[in-house]
Design a protein around this ligand. Structure first.
Ligand code: GLN
Length: 273
């Protein structure tokens, strides 16, 4: 079979799963052959024999497994991070949370202690460590499996010395002063049905409780009780009103940000001076 024939046949099979079947077929074949997409295009008339690994990749993708898990990597904020089924796949909207946290950090002193609750693959703390070279971090996750992934990613990005990884719930095991908390916690309501792609991701990282915003409220409580200076969190598009009311009931001033689709996607709170 010719490369172009194999790609056309595979793209046909991927049509149900993705809006970009040709591109995904090329990404998967490129991964198996260890070559760039441009090489595949310029060698499309070459003969190729069916490769078992490619068949396997195709089968996984046809059953809706996310491309990132098949490849074992995802890009976030222009960098590449390792991911697998132990962690949530980075979402582009979380880049806005990173920007928000950087903005808040710059209003404080450079030598901050920033704590991330629920670090998953580590993308947020790692990006912040790269963008805020004088800050130090504690990244907490309840999942030891997720911590393996985040520690590996921190090493790969060269920031592992400034991030302490802690296995725990919320701020368990985090002592001393905290200047800022940042979090993209699970915030989907337990009963909400997940799309087929999401069912491959760890439910521990997605479901936040019967309403969905329970963990966000708990994080707001911790911001108050631990005397933290700033808080930035991602949230669900429909959680602005309950979160706003909750923060106001605690006497806090809260502000919200939107994602690229113009949906409410997160909030920040600063300590009152
Ligand atoms: N933004 C994710 C989604 O909608 C959810 C992530 C989360 O719960 N923190 O798939």
């Amino acid at each position: 079979m010719l490369i172009k024939e194999l790609l056309a046949k595979s793209a046909e099979q991927l049509r149900e799963v993705t809006d970009i079947p040709q591109k995904e077929a090329m990404i998967l074949l490129g991964e198996v052959l260890g070559c760039e997409m441009s090489w595949l295009l310029s060698h499309s008339d070459d003969e190729i024999s069916m490769d078992e690994r490619f068949t396997e990749f195709l089968k996984r993708r046809i059953s809706h497994e996310p491309l990132e898990y098949i490849l074992g990597r995802a890009s976030f904020y222009g960098r590449e991070f390792d991911v697998d089924a132990r962690v949530l796949i980075p979402r582009p909207e979380t880049e806005i949370l990173v920007d928000k946290a950087v903005e808040l950090a710059k209003e404080l002193s450079p030598h901050l202690h920033i704590v991330e609750i629920g670090c998953g693959s580590g993308i947020i703390s790692i990006m912040l460590a790269l963008l805020l070279p004088k800050a130090r971090f504690t990244a907490v996750d309840i999942s030891s499996e997720a911590l393996h992934v985040s520690q590996h990613n921190a090493k790969k990005q060269g920031v592992s010395e400034r991030i302490a990884f802690v296995e725990g719930s919320y701020l368990d095991g985090v002592s001393g002063e905290i200047d800022m908390i940042v979090s993209n916690p699970p915030y989907i309501a337990n009963e909400e049905p997940l799309g087929i792609g999401l069912s491959y991701e760890p439910s521990l990282a997605l479901y936040g409780g019967s309403r969905g915003d329970e963990m966000l409220c708990q994080i707001i409580d911790l911001f108050v009780t631990r005397g933290v200076k700033a808080l930035a969190c991602e949230m669900g598009y429909d959680q602005r009103q309950p979160i706003s009311e909750y923060a106001k009931s605690k006497g806090l001033e809260i502000a919200f940000y939107k994602d690229l689709a113009e949906l409410d996607r997160g909030f920040w709170i600063k300590e009152k001076r």
